[in-house]
Design a protein around this ligand. Structure first.
Ligand code: RNT
Ligand code: ZN
Length: 415
């Protein structure tokens, strides 16, 4: 009996259909963030890298320095990952081709290189406004700036990004999910906590009211955050502001795993929020003591997030995107590790035996705990390898060797 056959029987004895689980997982898109590939630098030239409370640390050699290199690295990463993938772009990955235009004037023309590439690679594109790493964001405020000129610039940027996202949706035939995150806030304690929030709400309204876009092409999310580096005292786009905004304006609320107090878990928020909104957008990340954006590991919280999706049948209401940036590791490996872990956790979630819930419904919490613990040592690895093979992705002991070859033959030759 093969390891897979043995494992399949093990799950069957728990009432789990392994093949049905694989089929379900294979359909769920997971969006891979382009910005892990180049430390959030983008293509605009004279990039400052991440700013606005976020920080990439490390200087592992071989970073992609232009669109061709970044796309090659993404293609390599995608080949290592099973399942349905999307690629998540930021507005600062525009290709200006010598044009002298700024973010308030970008159009789909600056992204046709990406669209053609996405078509050729059969992936959908997601998008993000880039309200950081820009002179107009130097004050620390964008949509909530008291300076009308600054505010207008970022409002126009938001409008342009939605138009670009709509085109992604139309041209690729796959709905584009766009995230709006604004780093706006104060290092020190403000006197006026309300003014910036009122301005941000009004600015977001202007962006969204400028154009109604069919949900077939575009879905908008607004992301909250508790604090960032240099923005420790006050964040305009707090949990209450963004959740209230999303609820009242029929937008998605973006839950980033690193954007809450360290003992708060977004896994516990998904089912609560979905009582009130049709959809939620996840930024799957791994914060260590703060919003550190470490590579996603197969830890309890990742599993808990995916369990929420699978056991509640939320796969059509939860958009899954990854969000981290670690420059201390091989960047293609960082994608491979995080994306494969997201897929593993999803698959494990779809393999979860219903009898654990049944024990809970019967009030037998002893059995529930015993079964939860037993499930932790289920023979998952054989199922995972089989899933990878069915998806034409390398098995767990193989994929990293491919990164090592790529590093040697491609990435390290860039230096
Ligand atoms: C920052 C937010 C935001 C960014 C990306 C690059 O704290 O999480 O989503 O990480 O837009
Ligand atoms: Zn995020």
């Amino acid at each position: 009996m093969s390891a897979f056959e043995f494992a399949k029987e093990w799950y069957k004895a728990q009432g789990v259909d392994v093949c049905a689980a694989m089929d379900a997982v294979a359909k769920i898109p997971v969006s891979m963030h382009c910005w892990q590939g180049d430390d959030v630098m983008g293509f605009e030239g004279d990039s400052m890298g991440a700013s606005g409370g976020i920080l990439t640390t490390g200087n592992y050699p071989g970073r992609a320095r232009n669109a061709a290199e970044l796309r090659a690295d993404i293609e390599k990463a995608l080949s290592l990952i099973p399942g349905t993938k999307k690629v998540n772009l930021h507005a600062n990955y525009a290709e200006l081709n010598g044009k002298k235009i700024d973010r308030d004037a970008y159009t789909i023309d600056e992204f046709t290189g990406w669209v053609d590439w996405a078509k050729a690679n059969n992936v959908g594109l997601d998008f993000n406004t880039t309200n950081f790493s820009h002179p107009m964001a130097a004050s620390g405020f964008t949509l909530s700036s008291p300076d009308e000129k600054v505010r207008k610039f970022w409002i126009e940027h938001g409008k342009r990004c939605r138009e670009i996202g709509e085109e992604f949706g139309k041209r690729l035939g796959k709905t584009c999910v766009i995230n709006h995150w604004m780093p706006d806030g104060y290092k020190d304690v403000p006197e006026d906590t309300v003014g910036p929030r009122a301005r941000m709400v009004a600015a977001l309204d202007e962006i969204f009211n400028a154009k109604e876009i069919s949900e077939e092409y575009l879905l908008d999310g607004v992301e909250s955050k508790v604090f960032g580096i240099g923005v420790e005292s006050y964040t305009v786009g707090s949990h209450e502001l963004m959740m209230g905004y999303a609820l009242s304006r029929n937008k998605m609320y973006t839950l980033d795993a690193g954007h809450f107090h360290p003992t708060e878990k977004i896994s516990d928020k998904i089912g609560a929020i979905l009582q009130f909104m049709p959809r939620v957008l996840l930024h799957v990340s791994r914060g260590i003591r703060w919003d550190s954006d470490h590579v996603v590991a197969l830890d309890d919280e990742l599993q808990a997030i995916m369990n929420e999706v699978a056991t509640n049948n939320y796969q059509d209401r939860v958009c899954i995107a990854l969000d981290y940036f670690d420059a201390s590791l091989n960047r293609v490996a960082a994608w491979g590790i995080g994306m494969r872990n997201a897929q593993k956790a999803l698959l494990r979630a779809f393999l979860r035996p219903a009898n654990i819930r049944e024990a809970e419904y019967a009030g037998d919490y002893t059995a529930r705990l015993a079964m939860q613990e037993a499930y932790k040592v289920a023979p998952f690895s054989a199922i995972w390898d089989e899933y990878c093979q069915r998806q034409n992705a390398p098995i767990e002991t193989e994929w990293f060797k491919q990164v090592q070859d790529y590093e040697k033959n491609v990435q390290f030759k860039r230096i």
